[in-house]
Design a protein around this ligand. Structure first.
Ligand code: IPM
Ligand code: MN
Length: 359
């Protein structure tokens, strides 16, 4: 297979972890005879610095004309310390999601047997946890009308959804459940919010198309508690943009590190693969950032293009790295392995090459 991939490595640790993801893809290319052609472009704070815009037109055009996007991270403390800055790195990612119609953000959550001691949650609670968050990505509070008054003493963000936005992601979530443990949990705040009541109605109607899938409802406040109390109960967790953002960071605690969490953002015509962690600027260029989230997003990319064997190969190499403790300091405080070494180990394993660093 030939794939043209736009590489938007962005800010902070984005470039260094994306580099490891590319290594893994190149290794897959060698083993399975695929050609992956990468083309880099700016997004986020670096794009503002270079062009004045968080999503330059050139980047957007490239993304429209590639098979998919490999994304790193965006953000910079300069902007975090200045929340009123009008031009912000995050706008780049939000605009990209909207322009390309990436409406479903898929975030798998898994407890790794070798990492259970890295999680603050008890092993008995974690054991066997395996669920996936389907987060709506093009609507809700993120994209509704925003206002402030002239004196900046008042602000509002409108939360809006229409039936078709809800329906699109709901079908994807039910299809995913069909291939998994056949359970969808809709997380909302239907006791308070009109948008949540609309979600309930639309999702309930669509559920009748998938009779073998069980549908449950959970209020978001309760869901936040259940994810920690009893995460095994979940299979597919379906929710809106903001709730999904919050709950998926919370759920990352299950795996032991947010540095393990990959995601796919899917639309009808485009797809983007990225770690869920942010730019982690403090770790930039120190060779300490965990590259696994980025490498696992490569596995999601391969699956998306039907390359299931290849995806399994990447996951198996990651699991070998984890079980041999070839991990970064977020997972093992005294680890002697850095971003590059973990990336090399995984790429070598994909190629069944010798483990230069593990010896
Ligand atoms: C994420 C991030 C983004 C979001 C930010 C960077 C805009 O937190 O992908 O989860 O809130 O969606
Ligand atoms: Mn987030």
């Amino acid at each position: 297979m030939n794939l043209k991939i736009a590489v938007l490595s962005g800010d902070g640790i984005g470039p260094e972890v994306t580099m490891q993801a590319k290594k893994a893809l190149n290794a897959i290319g060698v083993v399975y005879n695929h050609e992956f052609v990468f083309e880099d472009a700016y997004i986020g704070a670096i794009a503002i610095e270079k062009t004045g815009k968080p999503l330059p037109d050139q980047t957007l055009n490239l993304c429209r004309n590639t098979d998919c996007i490999l994304f790193g991270a965006i953000g910079d403390p300069i902007y975090d310390n200045n929340p009123t800055a009008k031009v912000r790195p995050e706008q780049g990612l939000l605009k990209l999601r909207k322009e390309l119609g990436l409406y479903a953000n898929i975030r798998p959550i898994k407890a790794y047997p070798h990492l259970m001691s890295s999680s603050p949650i008890k092993k008995e609670v974690l054991d066997g946890t395996d669920f996936v968050v389907y987060r709506e990505l093009n609507g809700g509070l993120y994209f509704g009308k925003k206002t402030t008054n002239e004196t900046e003493t008042y602000a509002s963000d409108l939360c809006e959804y229409n039936e078709s936005e809800i329906a699109k992601i709901t079908h994807l979530a039910f299809k995913a459940a069909q291939a998994r443990r056949k359970k969808v949990t809709l997380v909302d705040k239907a006791n308070v919010l009109e948008t949540s009541r609309l979600w309930r109605r639309v999702v309930t109607e669509i559920a009748t198309d998938y009779p073998e899938v069980e549908l449950n409802f959970l209020y978001v406040d309760n869901a936040a508690m259940q994810i920690i109390l009893n995460p095994r109960q979940f299979d597919v967790l379906l929710t809106d943009n903001l709730f999904g953002d919050i709950l998926s960071d919370e759920a990352s605690v299950i795996s032991g590190s947010i540095g393990l969490m990959a995601s796919a953002s899917i639309g009808d015509y485009h797809s983007l693969f990225e770690p869920i962690h942010g730019c982690y600027t403090e770790a930039k260029d120190k060779n300490i950032a965990n590259p696994i989230a980025s490498i696992l997003s490569v596995a999601m990319l391969l699956e998306h293009f039907g390359l299931f064997e290849e995806a399994k190969k990447v996951i198996a190499a990651v699991e070998t790295a984890i079980s041999n403790q070839v991990v970064t300091v977020d997972l093992k405080v005294d680890s002697r392995f850095g971003t590059n070494e973990v990336g090399d180990f995984i790429a070598n394993h994909i190629m069944d090459a010798e483990d230069l660093y593990f010896k």
